[in-house]
Ligand binder design. Sequence first.
Ligand SMILES: [Zn+2]
Length: 189
Amino acid sequence: MTLTLTTIPKEKLKNPPLKIHTLGDRDLRQPAKRVSKITDEIRQLAVDMLKTMYSCDGIGLAAPQVGIGKQMIVIDIHPDQPEAAPLVMINPEIKSTGGPQVNGEEGCLSVPSVFMDVVRPDEVVVTYRDLEGKPQKLATSGLLARVILHEVDHLQGVVFVDRVKNQSALNQELSKRGFKMKDVHPLPA
Ligand SMILES: [Zn+2]
């Protein structure tokens, strides 16, 4: 099966193919396993993850968020541009980060309607395999770097709320949306 990612319509489906797990679900906290072979099944998972992401107005989704413990993420920071190809990264590895530490508002399809500031490095270099199994390397900054770091966190069982500094604001936002502070696992600064 060859796959042209640009042919996946960026539309909201009434019934997205995959169900997104939310904060408090154990699947979000398991470290994901490396993908040893890129099969048609993996390619189909990428398509289903993208369709699910577009359906939920997301710009990134990691396999553990749909209950699949594999090192795979999909990203599209231009969901309004039909011709812009999404990114699929298999076995992504952050090789380096750089630039200033920047504050930016983040949300997550696994913590719907909660938006909080998170500090992350502005620049990232990531290696990964694409859907053909070719090794790739990407150096980027700004929003795309932030989304990559957010999604790679998911592969280690880390959710962005774990990185929020303002605990009282986080507590307030989470309880408004029916989430619990006990499901946040704060990271050492
Ligand atoms: Zn997320």
